[in-house]
Design a protein around this ligand. Structure first.
Ligand SMILES: O=P(O)(O)OC[C@H]1O[C@H](OP(=O)(O)OP(=O)(O)O)[C@H](O)[C@@H]1O
Ligand SMILES: O=c1cc[nH]c(=O)[nH]1
Ligand SMILES: [Mg+2]
Length: 209
């Protein structure tokens, strides 16, 4: 497993706008999607390619590269993961989508799973989990457990902000999973919120705060 903090200036700038207490839902949603797009570009950098021969505009046979194998299923975690989905799909528009629904119980901070609709041949695909926040790590660990139970072997996760405590828990439990995050923040507060963080990402994306 590797944890990648993507320190690109565009990502840093957009994340800075999202941290503003007065950011509107419209702006937060647009920025979540844009950062999701940029993280996808980074996370797909190491996808294996293969050579193929095609007929080009001139009628000549030319060798091109294409992504090898069964490719990707994008796994947005409801609700907040939906806020990044459009930006991810802009770069991999043919990806199959496997939706999972989990929320974090506000008292216990434990994840509660309430929905999953995963593509059938997930054992042949790389799963790209998308969720703005990796806090205690409980939600991500449950999602990875679920995907592995269904046979998925290659798993990556995209996050806007991750807490060191959550990253450690995920690395301990699932050392094979690659994590790409726009920022590794300082710590969790006593309610399990990331500091400095973004606040409640789901509420901001859906305007329910
Ligand atoms: O790492 P954890 O401590 O498990 O917390 C992270 C989870 O919390 C948030 O979801 P939330 O429970 O607020 O659900 P929502 O997306 O429906 O708002 C966030 O989008 C992650 O899914
Ligand atoms: O900081 C946090 C932690 C969990 N969920 C959020 O939306 N934000
Ligand atoms: Mg929420």
């Amino acid at each position: 497993m590797a944890v990648h903090e993507i320190t690109h200036p565009l990502i840093a700038h957009k994340l800075g706008l999202m941290r503003n207490a007065n950011v509107s839902s419209k702006d937060f949603r647009e920025l979540a999607s844009e950062v999701g797009n940029l993280l996808t570009y980074e996370a797909t950098r190491t996808l294996p390619t293969e050579r193929a021969t095609i007929e080009s505009w001139s009628g000549d046979q030319v060798e091109v590269k294409q992504i090898k194998g069964k490719k990707i299923t994008v796994v947005p975690i409801l609700r907040a993961g939906l806020g990044m989905l459009e930006g991810v799909l802009e770069l991999i528009p043919n990806a199959k989508i496997s939706v999972v629904g989990l929320y974090r119980d506000e008292e216990t901070l434990q994840p509660v799973a309430y929905f999953d609709k995963v593509v059938k041949n997930i054992d042949e695909r790389t799963a790209l989990i998308v969720d703005p926040m990796l806090a205690t790590g409980g939600t991500l660990i449950s999602t990875i457990d679920l995907l592995k139970e269904k046979g998925c072997k290659n798993i990556m996760g995209l996050f806007l902000v991750a807490a060191p405590e959550g990253i450690k828990s995920v690395v301990d439990k699932h050392p094979d999973v690659d994590i790409f995050t726009a920022a590794i923040d300082e710590r969790l507060d006593e309610n399990g919120y990331i500091l400095p963080g973004l606040g409640d990402a789901g509420d901001k994306i859906f305007g329910t705060r």
